[in-house]
Design a protein around this ligand. Structure first.
Ligand SMILES: [Fe+2]
Length: 227
């Protein structure tokens, strides 16, 4: 992917990749080729740390809840009007994800709430949902959950897409950046029922369950700003 003055990746927003799919990608990889002298950093926050540092009453309330994640949600105020992108959104109906997922490798809980794709928490009223999403997004992006990577040519950055959110700084124009991207297929996110017990999502259903929406086919769209 090449970004420059004429082809700007000018969206700065926190997100995890592909949470709008029933099966989001598990691992993401970026290989830097051409880097600007300054800018273009990639910032990460830990969605596991964010969950672990919530108060126990809030953790207990979130366990078992589900949220609606929608590709179109994060783009509704943008001017991206390309035909291919509109078609991609049409092929990608909203999906239901657990608010607290269980990591498929570590078993640790992580938050799926993000300001990009998360439209609402299904079991709450609209006012409650808006306030909870706003609070969780603010909490997740605290500086003490962050690490920041400054790219140099040849850098290969690999990250756990489920346990983190990232933010691509689009602050280097008119300089140019060329970067290569690969994604590893993931599985459906399982909810975690209790952090303090051995009871996990295989044993306890999330409230509301999973969406009846059929699995969205992997959409071949360049989400160019969402590196
Ligand atoms: Fe991304």
């Amino acid at each position: 992917m090449t970004f420059d003055e004429e082809n700007r990746a000018d969206i700065n927003i926190w997100h995890s990749d592909h949470l709008w799919r029933q099966k989001p990608t598990s691992v993401e990889l970026l290989l830097a080729d051409v880097c600007p002298a300054t800018g273009g950093d990639l910032i990460f926050v830990s969605q596991s740390a964010a969950y672990e540092t919530l108060s126990e009453p809030v953790q207990a309330m979130l366990q078992g809840l589900t949220c609606v994640q929608n590709l179109a949600s994060g783009y509704q105020n943008l001017k991206w009007g390309s035909r291919s992108f509109r078609e991609a959104m049409a092929r990608s109906p909203p999906v239901e994800q657990p608010v607290v997922g269980r990591h498929p490798v570590t078993g640790n809980p992580f938050l799926t709430i993000n300001e990009s794709y998360c439209e609402r928490i299904s079991q709450l009223t609209a006012i409650e949902s808006d306030a909870m999403i706003r609070m969780l997004c603010q909490h997740s992006t605290r500086p003490d959950f962050m690490m920041r990577h400054k790219f140099a040519p040849g850098d290969l950055v690999i990250w756990d897409n489920l346990a983190t959110q990232h933010f691509a700084c689009s602050d280097y124009y008119p300089e140019r950046r060329v970067i290569h991207r690969a994604s590893v297929e993931g599985d459906q996110i399982r909810c975690i029922a209790s952090v303090d017990s051995d009871v996990h999502s295989d044993d306890v259903e999330c409230l509301g369950g999973q969406s009846n929406t059929s699995e969205t086919e992997a959409t071949e769209v360049t989400l160019k700003a969402r590196l």
